[in-house]
Design a protein. Structure first.
Length: 63
């Protein structure tokens, strides 16, 4: 028969040391991918803004 374990004993065994927890390689890759995606979006937005040919016409005179 197995010995019963409480959740506090289990949680104590899984406790993480704050000095050892880091984002690691996955965190860096995700952050870098977000940066590259943002750069491409800004580049595309600037290209679209350059295509806009907007000339404001004066409002017609109301009598």
């Amino acid at each position: 028969m197995s010995t019963p374990m409480s959740f506090t004993d289990l949680a104590t065994g899984l406790a993480l040391d704050d000095n050892k927890v880091t984002p690691g390689l996955l965190g860096f890759v995700v952050f870098a991918a977000l940066g590259v995606a943002t750069w491409f979006l800004v580049k595309s937005m600037n290209k679209q803004f350059k295509r806009v040919d907007f000339v404001e016409e004066p409002e017609p005179v109301k009598e």
